[in-house]
Design a protein around this ligand. Structure first.
Ligand code: ADP
Ligand code: MG
Length: 247
């Protein structure tokens, strides 16, 4: 469903040096699968996500969605088909929960009645009571509730693909465990192709059908939990597992 072929992304760095954020990344994400991208800070995870919905046009290489190069697809239509939950939720502070969740529907020109119905449905899907939460502002929510609103907003137009950049990063362990269970239920319910960025290996194994481990702009290994555990591709992988797993 999503395919990256030899994707390279360079940024102009300080003092004229080039930062290579993605260094020849090839990766396939299958329809209906959840892939967890994991790696240290600065390894290129956010950059990789942004090449998928064309927020970034890579320096070299190709990104295909359903076999078609994203460069040939209309960026607006593409972003409608791809829900994006950005790091820290990214809600608009001056909009209510309902207006945040209904934002994309409004941009699509839906009538207010249809938007209200959809917003209520989405809030219930992420276990927030529309009556209680619809009129609140993001500042009046807990971290976990804000994350749920971010997820609801990304699902508004029923996209086939959902990209989530560290969606559960800032949560306390209990809320996190709870939201993991909800995610797994939601995933079974909505049947999307999902890419999640995390820097927590146990989260990656818990939520992902497969895990893709990155280091310095390169994909080090992609596979299921057993594959990474039993046949690590390099000492980096086994070291990473040892230092990022408690069990
Ligand atoms: P991650 O999400 O894994 O932490 P990023 O994709 O955000 O990593 O960043 C990868 C590398 O690219 C880092 O070295 C970062 O500093 C650099 N980088 C990211 N965005 C930019 C930018 N807009 N301009 C210059 N360098 C950037
Ligand atoms: Mg990032």
């Amino acid at each position: 469903m999503i395919a990256l072929r030899e994707v390279r992304q360079e940024y102009p760095g300080r003092d004229g040096k080039t930062v290579v954020a993605l260094d020849g990344v090839s990766l396939e994400v299958r329809a209906g699968e959840t892939l967890c991208l994991i790696g240290t800070s600065g390894s290129g995870k956010t950059t990789l996500m942004k090449t998928i919905n064309r927020l970034i046009q890579p320096t070299a290489g190709q990104v295909l969605i359903d076999g078609r190069d994203v460069r040939e697809q209309d960026p607006i239509r593409l972003r409608r088909r791809i829900g994006y939950v950005i790091q820290k939720g990214g809600l608009f502070p001056h909009l209510t929960v309902a207006d945040n969740v209904g934002l994309l529907c409004r941009l699509e020109g839906w009538d207010p009645g249809r938007i209200a119905t959809r917003v209520a449905e989405l809030l219930r899907l992420v276990t927030l009571d529309p009556e209680r939460f619809g009129d609140r502002y993001p500042a009046e929510l807990s971290g976990g509730q804000r994350q749920r609103v971010g997820v609801a907003r990304a699902l508004a137009l029923d996209p086939a693909i959902v990209l989530m950049d560290e969606p559960f990063g800032a949560l306390d362990p209990i809320t996190r465990a709870q939201i993991h269970e909800e995610f797994l239920r939601l995933k079974a319910e909505v049947g999307k192709t999902i890419v999640i960025v995390t820097h927590d290996m146990s989260e990656a194994f818990k939520l992902g059908d497969r895990v893709a481990l990155m280091d310095h702009g390169r994909l080090v290994q992609v596979g299921r939990e057993e594959e990474l555990r039993q046949s690590p591709a390099s000492p980096f992988v086994s070291d990473f597992l040892r230092s990022h797993l408690h069990a």
